[in-house]
Each structure stands twice: as structure tokens, then as C-alpha cells.
Design a binder for this molecule. Structure first.
Ligand code: X5A
Ligand code: ZN
Length: 668
């Protein structure tokens, strides 16, 4: 449906006219660097370009006082000395004769973006603006911000479109205290901000930036602050924050629109943030948000002061908004101790307000959740992990990959007549097969598990697998007869490993037996979602119950499957829907959509014939990047589901550090 890019070059006009080391980083080159990079990567021309128009005084008045608006208007005619004097009345602010015009364009750009998304002209978009907005308040400029672009956009969406639930995700490295104040008692706007805090010793030095500020009155629980108490937070820390804090609450909130205060001073190289997250991380954060609100995302630039890091991060976000696959995330997927402490403190502060957090109870081990051997597993020491390269920043930014999309995005080989009739546009039916002799050779290896009539399907499935491994196709759907599903999976695993794949994630749903000769060498992560009970064979092979509630299903995906998938960093995902997989369409769509991110979209879904007519279109849409439909009303996970997940996570978190939601106790 398209991505809007809202911009106006007049917004490069405002600039600092005197010496001020604190303010000089907010410079016009920020916009030109971002735009140049978008052009260079061919991303700008793939967007719907909208030229920004000034917000009206009435629109500014949705957030700001008439006196304050008049005061800013007056700055147009002040001389440099007067501008300087007025600027000094605020914290970290400079005015320029063009500030009023630029700030009205910035707010107007945000509103145009909201219009474009909410009228359905586009699916999502980014407004590239200056000055930024999230620090500005009803009657005060603050932290380079003059009008609160995102807050005005939220009020506007409520007023003009009658929206009742808006999520604001503020990933700028500073606390958007302006947004927090404006919606402090408003339960219709959920405001999430992470920010450099250092126990209050970082700008803007406010106690209300801490995790225990949760909003007031009706708005209690609708302000979510995640303070970072150390610099150097990286990809794993940001991912953990999304998986364990933001997304559980966001799914429960069920927003109709997502606004992003998209500051990139939280990226590596930024002088303000001093954080370590690479530009690719913003592709992943964006993709994770795209499962919310039917994919309706309006992002508005806030901070970001390292020009190259800013430009690359903006490209990553726009590329993801356009639907391109996410590039791999580098680095050890291990959140640091300080990040875990922060995550724990915000979860504790928010628990009274969110059912999805109340699902986390202390682990109680019942006999039904013991490992099959009836004892706890010995915890493994350091198992194989990916070597992390100690790249220098410029090297990291250099080898940033902006992939061209593969020629075929999603291919379907169906053996069931009537399937593949209702495929969404862009999804191709694929007829190819590997050589007959090859198929027969694989079948002979698994003799008695394939019938003659299964061979045609196996040949097609292998061809799809090769297509994915070769990069010819991004993702695919194949069918098997129910009795041959497990054997097909065995062949696929063997072939994958015999080929180029270093690591393979298998997510098997329903009654599928664990392959007999499944290697436990760290190359295959086998997760079976079936039945009622959890079971653990090793740190790489385990099964978890089929959730029956939306709360249980979301906890499974956000709390277990995605942390594992991101921690394992597989080359591709094999998703198998076997007999009694029990997945509803919306669940299948969400699981598929979310599994795409950690593997750059490389998923082969193998579906047993009985389910294909019902699931094919849903799977094809999800693989193709369409936003999954809502799971329906939120229902709390059952005690059995909570217990099983708690047990699994307790056993597995020694190896899979992204499963942690709290800091481990200090070693004696
Ligand atoms: C929008 C933004 C930062 C102000 C920092 C003042 N403002 N030291 O990133
Ligand atoms: Zn900032």
C-alpha cells in the first residue's frame, strides 16, 4: 500500500547563530544527510513524496497555549541579540528567524503523515523534520524542540479520526518528557520511552523519567519509562526491551495507530547517546512494530546527531517500512546486566496495570513440567555462540547491507487441487521440482516413511528449499500428506545442513516426532509446540504446550520463540504445521510474520494437506509481509500455560540470554 516520505527543504533553514556547544549538534545537515542517503539507496523514489505544509495555529493549539504560540511567532522579527536572550530562558534551545516557519512545517508534516495513513493513501511513513518535538511542552520550548510534533499528531488523530487508542514509541535516546506531561492522565495514549538516564545524572535530569513514573489518574499505566542507567546499550538490550516490555503491553493495549518519536541519537556513534545499537537494529524495531495497528505507523524524526549513523538508521527504517526483509543483526545477543535491571524495574512498576505482566509468576515446578528424564537438566556452560567481530564504527557503517529484494518473494507449491487459487498478488505458484533420482534417493534413505504418491510433493518441496538457500526465492509454502510430514521435515533438515546452512531453526507445530537422528551440535534448534506439557531434551531440542489463550500465545511468541530465534541467529526457519497443529489463522499469521525478522524473511512453511486450504492464503499473506489480523480480545494465560513457559525459560535462560527478563542475582 505504500510508504509516505514527508519533507520540505525549508526545514533546513533554522540553525544556530551564536556559539553554544550544547546546541550546535542540531544542524541543517541532519536533514540533508538523511535525505541524501535515502536517494543514494534508491529508497526515496520508492516512497510517496509529500511536501510538508505548515500546521495551522488551531492545530498547534491542540497542545500549546495561545500565548506560547504567539511568542514563537514573534521570534520571526527579532534580531540576533533578542533571539539569543529569549533562547536562554529555556533549557537547551536556540531560536532563529526561520524557527517559527520550520517548526510549523515540522508539526504540519506529522499531521500530513497521519492523514495519509488514516485515509488509507499509504500504509505507513516517515516525516523528516526539524526542529524535533518530543521535549517541548504546552508553554515551553526545550531540548531543541519548539512544537511537540508527535503529541500534536496524536491529539489530531484522536480529534479528526476519533481514534481511541494510540501508541507512541519514543526510541530517541532522551526522555520525551514533553509527550509524557501532555498525556500523563490520558489512557487513550500509551507512551513508551527508553532513555539514557544514569540514575538521573543525564539530561534532562528528571525524577519523572524513572520507571516508577507510570502516569496519573485514569492514565496510570499508560506512561512507560525504561531508563538506561549505563551507556553502551546495544542491539540485544534494545531487542530485549521490545520483547519483554513494549510489545507485551502494546499487544494488550491493541493500538489503532502507532506514532514513533524516531530519534536516532540512540544509535551507535551518537555523541549524545553513547549507545551501541547498529543501524540494522532500527530495521528490526520497525518490523516488530509493524505487527501492531494493522501496520499503520507514522514515524517522525526527533534527534540523531552523528550524521552517518543517523542517515544509515533512517535508511534502515524506511527500507523496512517499504516491506524489504530485515538485514541480520550483528553482535552477541546478550543483554547486559544493567539493561536487565532496568527491564526488571519497569516491569515491576507496570505489573499492577497490565495483565500480560501479571502472567509472570514465580516458577512452581509440578511433575507435569519436569524434563522427560524426570530431573532438571544440568545447565550447559558456554555453548557455541557466534563470534562477535570487534568492528570499528566506520567499518560497521561501511558494510551496512541494503539488500535488493529477491526476484521472487513468496512461492507456493501445492499438491492440493483448489489451493493456490486465492493467493495474494505477488505470491507465485511454482511448478519446479528437483530431479526425480534425487527425490528417490532421499526417499530411499527414509524407506517406508514415504509412499510413492508422496514423491511428487517431496520433489517440489526440495526445489523450494533450494530456491531459498540459493536466494532465488525469499520464502515458500509446501504441502505434504499428513503421514509424510515428519519424514519430509527430516529430509529438509538434512538437506539444509548438507548445503550451506550454518544454523536452522525448526518450529514444528502439532504432533510431529522429533527426528531420530537430530544432531545436537548447535546447528539445529528444534522447538515443538504441541500438547499440554513442556519437555526439554537439550538446550537445542524442546517442546512447549499449545497455548489456548491469546495471553499464552503472545507470551510464547514474545517471551520464548523470538528471544530464541534472535539468540540463535539462524540462516532460515523451517516451519512445519503437522497433524493437530491447532493454530487459528490469526495465530499462524502472527507467528509467521514475527519469525520473518530474525531470518530476513527466509521461511519454508510445510503444511499437511488437511490444513492447506484453510491456511495457505493466510500464510502466503504473512510471508509476503502483510500485517497479521488481530488475535481478538486479550485473555490472560492459564496457570498451566504460565507454568510450562516459566519452567522452560528457567531451564533455557542459562544458554539463551535473551530469555532473561530480570538481572541474575549477584554471584556470592
Ligand atoms: C530532540 C533531542 C536533545 C537535547 C539535548 C540537550 N534533544 N543537551 O534529541
Ligand atoms: Zn534525543
Amino acid at each position: 500500500m505504500g510508504t509516505a516520505l514527508v519533507y520540505h527543504e525549508d526545514m533546513t533553514a533554522t540553525r544556530l547563530l551564536w556559539d553554544d556547544p550544547e546546541c550546535e549538534i542540531e544542524c541543517p545537515e541532519r536533514l540533508t544527510a538523511a535525505l541524501d542517503a535515502l536517494r543514494q539507496h534508491g529508497l526515496e523514489e520508492r516512497c510517496q513524496r509529500l511536501s510538508a505544509c505548515e500546521a495551522s495555529e488551531e492545530e498547534l493549539g491542540l497542545v500549546h497555549s495561545p500565548e506560547y504560540i504567539a511568542l514563537v511567532q514573534k521570534t520571526q522579527t527579532l534580531d540576533e541579540e533578542e533571539l539569543h536572550a529569549l533562547s536562554k530562558q529555556y533549557d537547551a534551545v536556540y531560536f532563529h528567524p526561520d524557527t517559527y516557519h520550520c517548526a510549523r512545517l515540522a508539526a504540519g508534516a506529522a499531521l500530513q503523515l497521519v492523514d495519509a495513513v488514516l485515509t488509507g493513501a499509504v500504509q505507513n511513513g516517515l516525516a523528516l523534520v526539524r526542529p524535533p518535538g518530543h521535549h517541548s511542552q504546552r508553554a515551553a520550548a526545550n531540548g531543541f524542540c519548539v512544537f511537540n510534533n508527535v503529541a500534536i499528531a496524536a491529539k489530531y488523530a484522536k480529534q479528526k479520526y476519533g481514534l481511541q487508542r494510540i501508541l507512541i514509541v519514543d526510541w530517541d535516546v532522551h526522555h520525551g518528557q514533553g509527550i509524557q506531561y501532555i498525556f500523563n492522565d490520558d489512557p487513550s495514549v500509551l507512551y513508551f520511552s527508553w532513555h539514557r538516564y544514569e540514575h538521573g545524572s543525564f539530561w534532562p535530569f528528571l525524577p519523572e523519567s524513572d520507571a516508577d513514573a507510570v502516569g496519573q489518574g485514569q492514565g496510570r499505566g499508560f506512561t512507560v519509562n525504561l531508563p538506561w542507567n549505563q551507556v553502551g546499550m546495544g542491539n540485544a538490550d534494545y531487542l530485549a526491551a521490545f520483547l519483554h516490555v513494549l510489545l507485551p503491553l502494546a499487544f494488550e493495549f491493541d493500538p489503532e495507530l502507532v506514532l514513533v518519536s524516531a530519534g536516532f541519537d540512540s544509535a551507535i556513534g551518537d555523541p549524545e547517546g553513547q549507545m551501541q545499537a547498529t543501524p540494522e537494529c532500527f530495521a528490526h524495531l520497525t518490523r516488530l512494530l509493524q505487527v501492531l495497528a494493522g501496520g499503520q505507523i507514522c514515524a517522525v524524526l526527533e534527534g540523531g546527531y552523528h550524521l552517518e549513523s543517523l542517515a544509515q538508521s533512517v535508511c534502515m527504517m524506511v527500507q523496512t517500512l517499504l516491506g524489504d526483509p530485515t538485514p541480520p543483526l550483528l553482535g552477541l545477543m546478550v543483554p547486559c546486566q544493567s539493561a536487565l535491571e532496568s527491564i526488571q524495574s519497569v516491569r515491576t512498576a507496570q505489573t499492577p496495570h497490565w495483565t500480560s505482566l501479571q502472567q509472570n509468576v514465580a516458577p512452581v515446578l509440578s511433575p507435569s513440567t519436569q524434563s522427560p528424564e524426570g530431573r532438571s537438566l544440568p545447565l550447559l556452560g558456554e555453548s557455541p555462540t557466534c563470534a562477535v567481530a570487534e568492528d570499528s564504527l566506520s567499518h560497521l557503517l561501511d558494510r551496512l547491507c541494503l539488500h535488493p529484494p529477491s526476484p521472487v518473494c513468496t512461492a507456493v507449491a501445492s499438491t492440493v487441487p483448489g489451493a493456490a487459487l486465492a493467493l495474494p498478488p505477488g505470491v507465485l505458484h511454482k511448478e519446479g521440482s528437483v530431479l526425480r533420482e534425487e527425490t528417490e534417493a532421499w526417499a530411499r534413505l527414509h524407506k517406508s516413511r514415504f509412499q510413492d504418491e508422496d514423491l511428487a510433493a517431496l520433489g517440489k518441496t526440495l526445489c523450494l528449499l533450494d530456491g531459498i538457500l540459493d536466494g532465488q526465492i525469499r520464502s515458500a509454502i509446501a504441502t505434504t500428506s499428513a503421514p509424510a510430514t515428519a519424514a519430509t521435515l527430516d529430509v529438509l533438515i538434512q538437506r539444509c545442513l548438507a548445503h550451506r546452512a550454518q544454523r536452522l531453526l525448526c518450529v514444528a507445530l502439532g504432533q510431529l516426532d522429533r527426528p531420530l537422528d537430530l544432531a545436537d551440535d548447535g546447528r539445529i534448534l528444534w522447538l515443538n509446540i504441541r500438547g499440554q506439557e513442556a519437555a526439554i531434551w537439550s538446550m537445542f531440542h524442546f517442546s512447549t504446550p499449545q497455548p489456548q489463550t491469546t495471553g499464552g500465545f503472545l507470551s510464547l511468541i514474545l517471551g520464548l520463540v523470538l528471544p530464541l530465534a534472535y539468540g540463535f541467529q539462524p540462516d532460515m526457519v523451517l516451519m512445519a504445521l503437522g497433524p493437530t497443529h491447532g493454530l487459528q489463522n490469526a495465530q499462524a499469521a502472527l507467528l509467521t510474520a514475527m519469525l520473518r525478522s530474525p531470518v530476513g524473511g527466509r521461511i519454508l512453511a510445510v503444511v499437511e494437506e488437511e490444513s492447506i486450504l484453510q491456511l495457505e492464503r493466510t500464510l502466503a499473506q504473512a510471508l509476503h509481509g502483510e500485517t497479521p489480523p488481530s488475535l481478538g480480545p486479550f485473555s490472560m494465560a492459564s496457570p498451566v500455560e504460565i507454568q510450562a513457559l516459566t519452567f522452560l525459560k528457567a531451564q533455557l535462560k542459562a544458554r539463551w540470554k535473551l530469555l532473561q527478563v530480570a538481572a541474575p542475582p549477584p554471584q556470592p
